[in-house]
Design a binder for this molecule. Sequence first.
Ligand SMILES: CC1=C(CCC(=O)O)c2cc3nc(cc4[nH]c(cc5[nH]c(cc1n2)c(C)c5CCC(=O)O)c(CCC(=O)O)c4C)C(CCC(=O)O)=C3C
Ligand SMILES: [Fe+2]
Length: 353
Amino acid sequence: MQRTAQPYDAFLLLSFGGPEGTEDVIPFLENVTRGRNIPRERLAEVGEHYFMFDGISPINQQCRDLIAAIETDFARNGVELPVYWGNRNWDPFVEHTLARMHEQGIRRVVALATSAHSSYSSHRQYLEDIERARKAIGPQAPEVDLIRPYYDHPGFITALAEHTREAVNRVPDGLRSETRLLYSAHSIPTAMAEASGDPRTEHGPGGAYVAQLAEAARLITEQVASELGTAYPYELVYQSRSGPPSQPWLEPDINDRLEELAASGVRSVVVIPHGFVSDHMEVIYDLDVEALETARKLGIHLERAPSPGVHPAFVSMVRELVQERSDPAAERVSLSRLGPCPDVCPVDCCMQR
Ligand SMILES: CC1=C(CCC(=O)O)c2cc3nc(cc4[nH]c(cc5[nH]c(cc1n2)c(C)c5CCC(=O)O)c(CCC(=O)O)c4C)C(CCC(=O)O)=C3C
Ligand SMILES: [Fe+2]
């Protein structure tokens, strides 16, 4: 049976935003780092990553491509919701988008963020973005329901498993059997990780964020094994650390881990950026430039799998989650042993520190 998205009158894609020219880079970084504890040297360094790509982050075009794919998929499946887009840190800002939606008479919005996991940076901060935008409009502001973290949805897992399988198949024949899978996610301060998820649930070290990353890595590896007949050894690594050196962040950093693996004789890795939804700057710089260079120096063959991007399973997932959220009786789809994340976050989950 076709479920419509009755209770809502619009869909909103929420994202991070990124610069689209050299003159945007510094103002963008100022927006990102306002009120955060990031050393100046790190900022200058990250600015250079953007300048290397003419100040153009791929993330905005990736959002446009995803929106085009979502619109096509909605139309094909009878979901009659207009699609909007708003960012935290760059044009189109979510404040402006929501104000425009309000002017156009939109009352109830279902939103999806381009981050799949529970943590302050990847989920709670999007709830704060929504509240800031609503507050600026006032009591008549549209209601906005943010879709739950979806790292465990079959659409997300399938897209990554297929990309991983293709990357494994690109490994030269002589190295494939000894390949290791490295699942890479954005490092966050360990305090932020510990505070991720519902504090009433025991998640183990690193909180819900690490538990979810581990669970997704297991699910993707199993799906790849069932397709290729080989259960490749796998592990979690982290990338894109910032913040002062005195502050502990999730480890190991992918570059440090590559050193250790090389020392123990590993010659081939497939890196899967399963902490990300698209191949934005942190993927194309921190993995395709930096980690690839580390691997080359160490004599390790590195293949990177793409993140979900506009994989059809991922695009369908967006619609399925919209339909699910539209129907209070719908089953919450999840492949995870942790169970589906709640639709409405407890007030104290994923707090900043
Ligand atoms: C968990 C997480 C995701 C989720 C995964 C996802 O959504 O994909 C994510 C996404 C992104 N992060 C991005 C860029 C940046 N993140 C920074 C800083 C930070 N990120 C953090 C965490 C995360 N970040 C944290 C804990 C900090 C420290 C400061 C703070 O506590 O907030 C900084 C400051 C400089 C630096 O230190 O790197 C920049 C420039 C871009 C845009 C890329 C592009 O332009 O294509 C995207 C999508
Ligand atoms: Fe970030």
